[in-house]
Design a protein. Sequence first.
Length: 56
Amino acid sequence: MSRTCEICARGTATGHSRSHSNIATKRKFKVNIQQKKIDGQKKKVCTRCIRTMNKA
Protein backbone atom coordinates (compact mmCIF):
# COMPACT_ATOMS: atom_id res chain seq x y z
CA MET A 1 0.00 0.00 0.00
CA SER A 2 1.52 3.27 -1.08
CA ARG A 3 1.50 6.34 1.14
CA THR A 4 -0.08 8.78 -1.31
CA CYS A 5 -3.05 11.13 -1.06
CA GLU A 6 -5.96 10.08 -3.27
CA ILE A 7 -6.91 13.71 -3.97
CA CYS A 8 -3.68 15.62 -4.62
CA ALA A 9 -1.36 12.61 -5.23
CA ARG A 10 1.26 13.82 -2.74
CA GLY A 11 3.64 11.03 -1.77
CA THR A 12 6.79 10.50 0.24
CA ALA A 13 9.63 12.91 -0.50
CA THR A 14 13.31 12.14 -0.07
CA GLY A 15 16.02 14.28 1.41
CA HIS A 16 19.01 14.22 3.70
CA SER A 17 19.47 14.10 7.44
CA ARG A 18 22.41 16.30 8.37
CA SER A 19 24.58 15.44 11.35
CA HIS A 20 26.60 17.92 13.39
CA SER A 21 29.61 17.17 11.18
CA ASN A 22 27.44 17.84 8.09
CA ILE A 23 27.39 14.19 6.93
CA ALA A 24 24.34 13.53 4.75
CA THR A 25 22.32 10.33 5.19
CA LYS A 26 19.21 9.63 3.15
CA ARG A 27 15.82 9.91 4.84
CA LYS A 28 12.12 10.04 3.87
CA PHE A 29 9.57 12.76 4.55
CA LYS A 30 6.27 10.87 4.86
CA VAL A 31 2.91 12.47 4.16
CA ASN A 32 0.41 12.62 7.03
CA ILE A 33 -2.32 10.37 5.58
CA GLN A 34 -5.69 10.00 7.33
CA GLN A 35 -8.75 7.93 6.38
CA LYS A 36 -11.73 10.20 5.78
CA LYS A 37 -15.23 9.61 4.45
CA ILE A 38 -15.82 11.80 1.40
CA ASP A 39 -19.16 11.47 -0.41
CA GLY A 40 -19.84 8.20 1.45
CA GLN A 41 -16.54 6.57 0.44
CA LYS A 42 -13.47 6.00 2.60
CA LYS A 43 -10.43 7.70 1.09
CA LYS A 44 -6.84 8.17 2.15
CA VAL A 45 -6.35 11.93 2.28
CA CYS A 46 -3.46 14.11 3.46
CA THR A 47 -4.12 16.60 6.24
CA ARG A 48 -3.44 19.53 3.91
CA CYS A 49 -6.37 18.44 1.71
CA ILE A 50 -8.60 17.97 4.77
CA ARG A 51 -7.86 21.56 5.86
CA THR A 52 -8.58 22.85 2.33
CA MET A 53 -11.90 20.95 2.15
CA ASN A 54 -12.99 22.44 5.51
CA LYS A 55 -12.54 25.94 4.08
CA ALA A 56 -15.00 25.42 1.24
